[in-house]
Design a binder for this molecule. Structure first.
Ligand SMILES: Nc1ncnc2c1ncn2[C@@H]1O[C@H](COP(=O)(O)OP(=O)(O)OP(=O)(O)O)[C@@H](O)[C@H]1O
Length: 239
């Protein structure tokens, strides 16, 4: 077994003239929350999509517990992912949505109430998804990702559209998940929103990793993640 639950090595992907991801390498440590952070268009979603086998890379590789995602024996027990919130059918209830996904993943139906509790969504479990706020959709997507009791979570912009109470809830959710041994990789362009949720940081800018390491190391030379990002990207421009 490899030391790292998630490894990205020399990953590149272009779209016509746009080099979305350019030789990106980083590792994610077990039992920690890693922030994959950078501005809009930096290449975060493209990297995560390749990691989850949803898109091909031009070169490089990504490993989950030492294997490509498609080669995992029990993908839903290994990794839960929340990439976008549009896949749920608006006419279905949250419970119905979870029932469908539990059946698809061969997960016992008893998990449905457990995940609804875990994300605090019991009170609207029987409402139709079409009536949900963004925060409710985020919680349902997270509940879906948790069905297989995965050992790691990949969350793309999980604070998008959340109010301050929702962001605080998400922060405490990922902290608790990591304290129980889970591994989290979450992307965000809102550095200030996630600063208190993360242990390790990978800063990405224009498809390239500008800096990575423990949050404490980055903050040793800057008073916030935002200023650390500006320092790292200015250094990149100067180099
Ligand atoms: N399917 C696609 N076709 C063409 N260009 C794309 C495609 N997907 C991404 N891109 C481009 O690749 C670059 C990286 O996009 P990506 O979505 O990975 O960034 P991001 O860091 O996730 O941004 P955001 O925070 O806005 O989600 C952008 O310039 C984007 O326009």
């Amino acid at each position: 077994m490899t030391a790292l639950p998630i490894e990205v090595m020399g990953l590149s992907r272009g779209f016509g003239p746009v080099q979305a991801v350019d030789d990106v390498s980083f590792g994610v440590r077990r039992g920690r929350v890693t922030g994959f952070l950078g501005p809009n268009g930096a290449g975060k979603s493209t990297t995560l999509r390749i990691l989850l086998g949803l898109m091909r890379s031009d070169s490089g590789s990504t490993l989950i517990n030492g294997r490509a995602y498609r080669d995992l024996e029990q993908p839903s027990r290994t990794l839960g992912a929340v990439l976008d919130l549009s896949s749920a059918h608006p006419g279905m209830t949250a419970r119905g949505h979870l029932r469908t996904y539990a059946a698809l993943g061969a997960v016992p139906a008893s998990r449905i109430d457990e995940v609804l509790d875990e994300v605090g969504a019991q009170e609207y479990a029987d409402r139709r998804i079409g009536t949900f706020s963004t925060g409710m959709r985020q919680r349902l997507a997270l509940a879906t990702a948790l069905l297989g009791e995965p050992e790691m979570l990949v969350l793309d912009e999980p604070t998008n559209g959340l109010d301050p109470a929702g962001i605080a809830w998400l922060r405490s959710f990922v902290r608790t998940y990591a304290e129980r041994g889970g591994t989290v990789l979450l992307s965000s362009h809102a550095l200030g929103e996630v600063q208190r949720a993360i242990d390790d940081v990978v800063l990405i800018d224009r498809g390239r990793v500008a800096r990575s390491g423990p949050l404490g190391d980055l903050l040793a030379t800057a008073d916030s993640l935002e200023s650390a990002f500006l320092q790292a990207t200015r250094a990149g421009v100067a180099a």
